[in-house]
Design a protein around this ligand. Structure first.
Ligand code: MG
Length: 256
């Protein structure tokens, strides 16, 4: 039990990224600068995707300082700013015209984890041995599943599963999903690109995390290896951060 006023503390964080086995370039980018974390998956051929995702990540790093607004506003304004930078660049430079990127951001503040999300990268929470997907994919296939026109099984191997319906860079303004999760001691949060989730199912992800729960850097690397074993068809990026456990009450090992 936490007492009123006890702030949860950010624990360790770690990231891993890999081009996978089929692609020459890595068009994913990430931010792992506590208390700010993000994964961006670039869209657009001829290296444009790489430019878009790195521009979005760099914008987050540059603008991350606190400006007094609450977590939701900060996450939203960081993503809006990243969107404007990608939009303006692709509008001005024919070499990267049409580029875009997904973005999934997490900001830890005052005991809450604020999530901002556009596209089909994902945020997950591992709590009490369960893996919960926190974000909804903004993808054609996910929308067809939500409206009941496609089964989750049909979605898995769907040829258009990488088509996103929302991305940074396509319009001057972007519609951002924002929400918060109240952090608990021992929580593990994961941000990742679709190069992990299309190659490894939830049970496989959880098994790798369980095996390396004491070393999240090793867990991130193990997930990259698992995605490559599964085919490695896309770039793979994983960012982990944990909420420090309360060492005094043994809560993490207690099962109910
Ligand atoms: Mg991808």
């Amino acid at each position: 039990m936490r007492n009123e006023g006890d702030a949860v503390k950010l624990g360790k964080s770690a990231a891993a990224t890999d081009p996978g086995r089929r692609r020459r370039l890595n068009e994913d980018a990430y931010v792992c600068e506590p208390p700010l974390f993000a994964v961006a998956d670039g869209i657009g051929g001829a290296q444009a995707g790489e430019v878009a995702s790195e521009l979005a990540a760099a914008t987050l790093r540059d603008d991350a300082g606190s400006d007094g607004s609450d977590g939701r506003q900060r996450v939203d304004s960081l993503i809006q700013q990243a969107n404007r930078r990608v939009y303006e660049r692709q509008a001005q430079d024919a070499a990267v015209s049409g580029m875009g990127t997904t973005i999934t951001v997490a900001l830890v503040e005052d005991g809450s984890v604020w999530i901002g999300h556009v596209g089909d990268s994902r945020a997950y929470l591992v709590r009490e041995g369960r893996l919960e997907q926190l974000t909804e994919d903004h993808s054609l296939v996910a929308e067809l599943v939500r409206s009941g026109r496609l089964s989750p099984e049909e979605a898995e191997g769907h040829p258009q599963r990488s088509v996103v319906t929302r991305a940074l860079g396509t319009d001057p303004d972007v519609d951002v999903d924002t929400f918060s999760v109240e952090a608990r001691p021992g929580d593990l949060f994961m941000l990742c690109s679709d190069g992990l989730t299309t190659m490894v199912d939830d049970a496989g992800i959880l098994a790798e995390i369980d095996q390396h729960r004491d070393n999240i850097r090793a867990a991130a690397k193990a997930l990259v290896r698992a995605a490559n074993r599964g085919g490695g068809e896309d770039n793979i990026t994983i960012v982990f951060f944990e909420i420090a456990g309360d060492e005094h009450d043994g809560e993490r090992t207690m099962s109910l």
